[in-house]
Design a protein around this ligand. Sequence first.
Ligand code: FES
Length: 160
Amino acid sequence: MKIPFLLNKEDQEYINQEKKHYENPKAASIEILKFIQNKYHWIPNHFINPIAKILHMSCSELEEITTFYSQIFRKPIGKNIIRYCDSIVCYINNYKIIQKKLEKLLQIHPGQTTQNKQFTLLPTCCLGKCDKSPVIMINNHTYTNVTPKKLPILLDQYKL
Ligand code: FES
């Protein structure tokens, strides 16, 4: 069965342009996956084959990359990604109460996305601000000394 070439012209142009920056086109894969994800918020299955083809890779090679990197999503995610640190110092400083409050406010469990596609909740390893734990990250912004009381105010900033 022939798989249709589903990348639009703009995406193909970007990929072809990006791969020129690398001696080995495979080396462009992360940047290209990030571009696709920024645009579509995840990497749908039907993009794997055409991207792999352009980069002279097998689909399984590209799949391996997408599954290796925790920042690459293979299923739809919310507009905002909330990560709570569950590493040792945050564990000692009771990240669990933060996690539980987030679950309650968002009505989802870790790994899930809210029905309105506003938020995805994920655990993460140390965010490097251990001296100010517990720590969460929303998109690219890190919040330290988080308390359950602060969370509704924080989330409000990201709601439409
Ligand atoms: S252990 Fe949570 S920020 Fe380091």
